[in-house]
Design a protein around this ligand. Structure first.
Ligand SMILES: C[S@@+](CC[C@H](N)C(=O)[O-])C[C@H]1O[C@@H](n2cnc3c(N)ncnc32)[C@H](O)[C@@H]1O
Length: 389
């Protein structure tokens, strides 16, 4: 496919997304019907579509309209190459720009320039203060790919060497001890030897940093209460010298790959459907808006409604209440979200502490989304010991 044909394909997919179809479904449907498209074409079309989702508002203003064609025009005006090089009317590419299209479009302003719905920009400003604009702008860019070196199986030198043999280049990342930033060949990782042999996991650098910040000692009884796919479970197990780590999730299907992942990583993970205390540390990586990771899942920015945030905050509080009963005296309750919104972070923790004064704050940390990783929030709360009550 020519670059112009890729833009044309992306425009059509964007129209379907604008009509209500989920991005992944629209991309899959297109790929099924586009047998001529090679893996590089599919990746390029996907990148265009996700760029448009990250910049949904500004691309429409810059392009002068809400169709896929005009959004792609706006995107090219923002990111290049020059629209005249693409809108040529060449085979399978977009038709040349009309005079009206060429003269149309405007410079986006306010929340449109930051690619957020108005109400969310307000919430982000309340949450992040003077860095809110920087945070919003960072969510418009593609996220980098990070790996976690599995200390149970490899050190950095070995991991980098095995990756290089598969044509993948990476460099150490200072944000977390075992983090590597992939600089070339990211699309080959899932089929690489280093990944398949469990030397490495795909995990955002801030997600790694969160687990690194937890007060953990080998031999402790640790429960990952919202384990999901198990990214943090495996990082916890590595910190504990191999585990065991207990893994729970309200939706056990989310953990279906975890036993195989744990085996590949040489980590001991025990799935528990009904956890019972006491535990030295209970991690609650709670369901959230995902606002700190909207570079990876940009549809969330446009789907989220104020009522969703209220419901999430309610669930987050309930999860903390339930998990608190599983913490041993003197033990730790760690609350984590990949959100940059106070309503899901500090406000949830403040309300929890008001209900549970026996938990004292030991550490609060906010990880801003950007080159260093996704946005995360961590609160480490320690329960009073038996003698302290
Ligand atoms: C942010 S995801 C976890 C991601 C995971 N820890 C990781 O690092 O890959 C949140 C998880 O919480 C689970 N969850 C939602 N409500 C829950 C509840 N009441 N109790 C336990 N888990 C819950 C969801 O099914 C989801 O898998």
């Amino acid at each position: 496919m020519t670059p112009a044909a890729r833009v044309q394909a992306a425009s059509e997919i964007i129209d379907q997304i604008a009509g209500g179809m989920a991005a992944e479904k629209a991309l899959t449907n297109w790929a099924r019907g586009a047998r001529y498209a090679g893996s590089k074409d599919r990746a390029a079309v996907r990148d265009h579509v996700f760029d448009a989702l990250r910049r949904w508002r500004s691309s429409a203003v810059l392009g002068g309209g809400e169709s896929g064609r005009l959004r792609m025009l706006g995107l090219l005006r923002a990111l290049g190459p020059a629209p005249a090089e693409v809108f040529t009317g060449g085979p399978h590419g977009p038709a040349p720009l009309t005079e009206e299209e060429a003269a149309g479009g405007a410079e986006p302003e306010g929340a449109a320039a930051l690619d957020l719905p108005d109400w969310l920009w307000e919430r982000l400003r309340e949450s992040q203060g003077e860095v809110a604009e920087e945070v919003a702008l960072s969510l418009r860019d593609r996220a980098e790919v990070f790996l976690r070196i599995n200390a149970l199986k490899a050190d950095a030198d070995v991991a980098l060497e095995v990756l290089e043999a598969d044509g993948i280049s990476a460099e150490r990342h200072s944000g977390a001890a075992g983090a590597l930033r992939v600089t070339q060949g990211a699309r080959k990782i899932a089929r690489s030897r280093a990944y398949l042999d469990g030397l490495l996991e795909l995990q955002d650098a801030s997600s790694q940093a969160v687990v690194e910040a937890l007060p953990l000692e080998t031999g402790q009884r640790v429960l990952d209460y919202c384990a999901g796919g198990g990214g943090k479970t495996l990082a916890l197990a590595a910190r504990l010298g191999g585990g065991p780590v207990l893994a729970h999730d309200a939706n056990p299907r989310r953990m279906s790959d975890l036993p195989a992942r744990a085996e590949r990583a040489s980590a001991v993970v025990e799935i528990v459907s009904a956890p019972s205390g006491p535990h030295d540390l209970v991690l609650c990586d709670a369901p959230c808006s995902g606002s700190g990771a909207w570079r990876r899942s940009p549809e969330g920015k446009w789907r989220l409604k104020p009522g969703d945030l209220d419901r999430l905050a309610q669930t987050q509080g309930e999860i903390l209440d339930a998990a608190a009963g599983l913490v041993a005296p003197g033990g730790v309750l760690a609350y984590v979200t990949c959100s940059v919104l106070t309503q899901e972070n500090g406000q949830v923790v403040d309300a929890f502490r008001a209900r549970h004064p026996e938990f004292k704050a030991e550490l609060f940390r906010e990880y801003r989304p950007g080159r260093e990783g996704d946005g995360f929030y961590l609160a480490v709360l320690r329960q009073a010991g038996q003698g302290d009550r």
